[in-house]
Design a protein around this ligand. Structure first.
Ligand SMILES: [Fe+2]
Length: 321
C-alpha cells in the first residue's frame, strides 16, 4: 500500500506516460519489460469455439493482452461468420463496433480485394502492402478505435504477412532514446490527416491530433499513427520531425518485439489497436484472401462469466430477428 502514496500525491495527469513523471515511468518500464515475453505475444493460443470460449481459453487470451496488448489465437472455426466474431468480442467486453461507410451494416468489415464500388480506392481492399499504422488514425476522438479483432477466413496463396508491435513498447523505446521524442509526439497538433473530399464535397473533415495520448478515464496509452507519406501533415517543428524519424527507424529495425506472422484460416488477432503493417499478396482466385475485421471503441476487457453467456445469446437472437 505504501507504493500508492506517491501516486496519489502526484499532480493530476501524472503517471508513466507523463514526460515529466520520470519515477512513474521508470517503475512502469521495469514492470513492462519484466512481464513482456515476446514469445508469449507471438505464439498462438489454441481455442476451440471462438463463440463460447472456456474460462481457461479466455483467461489465457486476456493475460496476454494485458501484458502485450495483443494475442494471436488459432481455432477450428471456418467460414465468414460475422456472428461468431461478434460473440467472440463480447467475451472481452467489446460491444461498441465502429461503423464506417466501408464497413458492412453490422460494423464488421470483410477485408478482401475489391474490384470496384469505391473500396478499391483504399489500400486495405487491394493486394498492395500497407505501411505501419494503428487503425482509425483518421477518426474523430469520439470514434477512437481502442481494440480490434482480425479473423482470417482465407489466406493468400502467397504473402499477406502482418507485423505487429505493442504501442507501449514503441513508446518505451522512443522515450528511452530521447524523452523529447514522446513529448513532441504528444503535441495536440503533431499529426494532421487532411480532409477527404468526394463528388459531394467533404466526405471526412481534417483530423489534427497527437500520436501519443492518455485516456483520462483509464490512464491507458493510445497511439494514433500512420507511416503513409501522402495525405498527411506532420508539424514542421524540428522535435516532431526528429521524433517521427526515430519512430520510422524503430519500425524498420528488426526486434524481438516486432512479431511477424501470416494468419491461416481460423486464426486471428485480438488486440488493443496495436501498430501493424501488411505485406502485399497474391490471391488464389478460387479462394481469395478474406479477413473479417471488427473495430471497437472499448479496450479489451474482462467481461466476466455473467456478461458473456446469457447476454451474448440474447443479443444473437435479437440480431437475427
Ligand atoms: Fe489496419
Amino acid at each position: 500500500m505504501a507504493a500508492l502514496v506517491p501516486m496519489l500525491a502526484a499532480a493530476p495527469g501524472a503517471g508513466p506516460f507523463d514526460p515529466d513523471d520520470d519515477a512513474a515511468y521508470r517503475a512502469w518500464r521495469e514492470r513492462k519489460l519484466a512481464d513482456y515475453r515476446p514469445d508469449l505475444a507471438a505464439r498462438p493460443v489454441e481455442v476451440g469455439d471462438p463463440r463460447a470460449l472456456t474460462a481457461a481459453e479466455r483467461g489465457a487470451l486476456l493475460d496476454r493482452c494485458r501484458v502485450a496488448n495483443m494475442v494471436v489465437y488459432a481455432s477450428a472455426a471456418r467460414g465468414a461468420d460475422k456472428e461468431m466474431l461478434r460473440r467472440f468480442g463480447l467475451q472481452f467486453s467489446l460491444a461498441s463496433l465502429d461503423r464506417n461507410w466501408l464497413a458492412d451494416d453490422d460494423g464488421i468489415s470483410q477485408v478482401k480485394v475489391a474490384a470496384g464500388g469505391g473500396r478499391g480506392d483504399f489500400i486495405p481492399y487491394t493486394n498492395r502492402p500497407i505501411r505501419w499504422h494503428t487503425d482509425g488514425y483518421y477518426n474523430p476522438p469520439e470514434r477512437r478505435i481502442r481494440a480490434m479483432v482480425l479473423h482470417c477466413v482465407e489466406n493468400a496463396a502467397e504473402g499477406g504477412e502482418n507485423a505487429l508491435l505493442d504501442p507501449e513498447i514503441a513508446y518505451l523505446q522512443l522515450r528511452d532514446e530521447d524523452p523529447a521524442h514522446v513529448r513532441a509526439l504528444a503535441r495536440d497538433d503533431a499529426m494532421t490527416i487532411p480532409e477527404r473530399t468526394d463528388e459531394d464535397g467533404v466526405a471526412r473533415p481534417a483530423q489534427r491530433g497527437p500520436v501519443f495520448s492518455v485516456d483520462p478515464a483509464t490512464g491507458h496509452l493510445h497511439m494514433r499513427y500512420t507511416a503513409r507519406t501522402r495525405s498527411i501533415e506532420w508539424h514542421p517543428d524540428g522535435a516532431v520531425r526528429a521524433a517521427v524519424a526515430a519512430l520510422e527507424r524503430l519500425l524498420a529495425t528488426p526486434s524481438p518485439y516486432i512479431h511477424r506472422l501470416t494468419l491461416a484460416p481460423g486464426m486471428g488477432i485480438l488486440c488493443n489497436n496495436v501498430l501493424h503493417d501488411r505485406t502485399g499478396f497474391t490471391d488464389d482466385p478460387s479462394r481469395p484472401r478474406l479477413i473479417l475485421r471488427a473495430r471497437y471503441h472499448e479496450r479489451v476487457g474482462d467481461a466476466g462469466p455473467a456478461a458473456t453467456a446469457a447476454p451474448a445469446i440474447a443479443r444473437a437472437g435479437a440480431h437475427r430477428a
